[in-house]
Design a protein around this ligand. Sequence first.
Ligand code: HAM
Length: 427
Amino acid sequence: MSTLKAVRGTRDLLPPETELWNRVEETARRVFARYNFGEIRTPIFEDTSLFARSVGEETDIVSKEMYTWEDRARAQSEKAQSLTLRPENTAGVVRAYIEHKLGDKGLLQKLFYIGPQFRRERPQKGRYRQFWQIGAEVIGPPSAGSESPLRDAEVLEMLASFLNELGIKDWKLTLNSVGSASDRPRYIAALREALKDKAPKMCVDCQRRAETNPLRVLDCKVPEDQPIIEALPKIAEYLDDDSKTHFAAVCAALDACGVPYEVNPRLVRGLDYYTRTTFEFSHGGLGAQNALLGGGRYDGLSEAIGGPKAPGIGFAIGEDRLILTLQAQAEAAPGGLADAYVAPLGEAMNAPALELARELRRTGLRIELGDGSFRLKKSFEVGNKLASRIVLFGEDEQKSGILTVKDFATGEQVKVARADLIHHLRG
Ligand code: HAM
């Protein structure tokens, strides 16, 4: 019988890596709480039409990447329902906003989520079929100030703080405006027109995109296509005055609080609901899949799925990619060792060593506990792999209250009184 494996594009997350995932999620919860966000948890699957009407029928996500099935009717009177594993979470949050009439309070809703999303993409490093997002949405009636450029700038400033607090180095924020709901169709029409002669000279993907979704042509990475793309009309030329003023205000607020960014007129993003501000944070260490996170404004999304006018802005961080970045940084600067490896010398010392480990762990120290059946050499070998120091704990040490502690990095071996051990290990 062949052995069963995790499905292509899905992964098991194992310790010690899961510890890093938890640290990332704890940092997100802590930072978002400072901005007064609350957590929302929406179902993992939704009615398929939710994604078709929000993300957009013509997008890659909806047209070819969704996991969709017909959910069998339970009674003859019921119709089968088309359901889809969520490929992203913004649509579900906006559906919940409408369903629970969250706008009726007349206040901004600031909601964050952490959870798995599903897209049938070609798996590669940083791109999976089940992946995790940490995202947030700020949404509300216009009277609550949901259209204000200050909201865009605040979200971007929060993301910069989050990445800095997590210790992500060298991130890059790229910003653009894709205009209002009326600017965008005018621009798409201009792009379609310009692509009529040019598309046949471009790559096969661009030839298809020129027909189905001309905005996606701007994402093309094929070197030969770049001069053609650079010469295409730019969205900035199609923005109305309100969109221009909005974008200038977002940039001015970011300048005022010192968040660095670059404007890229080609940043249009792969979801149809965006209006005005769109953004991505990228990281050079990620290779081809370099977008750490993406987001933008979606002023017409609520109405598009049958809700009241409720402009909003949000983002989703690719948690898998954030972890890859942190791991790459950690390789450059090793860490992650326990504070000490407590080595019981002889099996009779197992129980007293457990008690010592308990005492140390209670103070917050990170302790690995060995086993009294190990010979001394083995204890040193294992301890060296797991911890920065080894604490030898035999009957003599128990009686005298003086323990031997060796630092693996310096090779220094010292005698420490049990009463001073905590202080010593903290130093
Ligand atoms: P998105 O750009 O489709 O936006 O995804 C956001 C992030 O999720 C990407 O930048 C990437 O880091 C990560 N991601 C996407 N696909 C994969 C994959 N197959 N494997 C690993 N990571 C992936 C959205 O999903 C929008 N809902 C963001 C948003 C929220 N806009 C407004 N509010």
